[in-house]
Structure formats: structure tokens, C-alpha cells
Design a binder for this molecule. Structure first.
Ligand SMILES: [Zn+2]
Length: 129
């Protein structure tokens, strides 16, 4: 009895992990975007200043999400005017770091689907290829 309860508990899974910056200005946009673009999906959520800027830290969170929740999708969000980047917060730099993060995740987990977005101050989500 105890064993089966434990196993059921351990088998919980979700669809995705979403990684974003902590910046309060973007949380409402992110929430609305998730509601619209990932309806009925379940996800782990990581809020960390600069999002994937400290890539090793974020990779640790993705590792846990894969291991515990068997996720399929990774959504990485960066944004305009990011304080963690300061003067280096250019669209080009964010695109470069997002692509680097995707490449690193895929090297370790080739079966994951990784999507990248750059969020503008007006709430527009720009997909980075
Ligand atoms: Zn930020």
C-alpha cells in the first residue's frame, strides 16, 4: 500500500519548463502569453535575473525538470532592457545567449524541443530562430 502510493506520487509529469527573468514588468505579459500559446499545458517555471545568463544555474534547473517531471518542451524567455545585462542588453546579445542556451540544452537532451523568445517592452514576443 505504502509503496504504490509512493510510486504514484513519484510519477507526476508535466509538459514543459519555462525560464524567464525575474523582472516584474514582464510577468503579466508572460502569463498572458502562456495562457494563449500553451493552453492546458503544465509547466515548471524558473524565474532568475537575466534568465539564461547564468547558464550553468539554469541547466541545473532544467536537469531537475527533466529528471523529475519528464518534460518535452523548453521555453526560454529573454527581454528588452534587462538589468542583469545592463548596457550589454542588446537584441543581438540576447539572441546570441538564447541560441547558446538552446545548443547546450540540445547537446545534453537531443529529444527536447527548445523555443526562444525575446520580449519587447510593449509585451511583444519575438521568436528567435
Ligand atoms: Zn531581466
Amino acid at each position: 500500500m505504502f509503496m504504490s502510493t509512493t510510486l504514484t506520487h513519484m510519477a507526476h509529469t508535466c509538459d514543459a519548463i519555462i525560464v524567464s527573468c525575474i523582472d516584474f514588468r514582464f510577468q503579466k505579459y508572460i502569463h498572458e502569453w502562456i495562457e494563449k500559446n500553451m493552453p492546458n499545458k503544465t509547466y515548471d517555471y524558473v524565474g532568475f535575473a537575466g534568465s539564461t545568463k547564468e547558464l550553468d544555474t539554469i541547466l541545473g534547473q532544467i536537469d531537475i525538470s527533466v529528471r523529475l517531471h519528464s518534460i518535452h518542451d523548453v521555453v526560454l524567455l529573454h527581454h528588452e532592457e534587462c538589468g542583469a545585462y545592463g548596457p550589454e542588453s542588446t537584441p543581438e546579445r540576447h539572441a546570441t545567449d538564447l541560441r547558446k542556451a538552446r545548443e547546450t540544452v540540445l547537446k545534453k537532451y537531443p529529444n527536447l524541443h527548445v523555443s526562444l523568445y525575446y520580449i519587447h517592452l510593449d509585451g511583444t514576443f519575438e521568436e528567435i530562430q
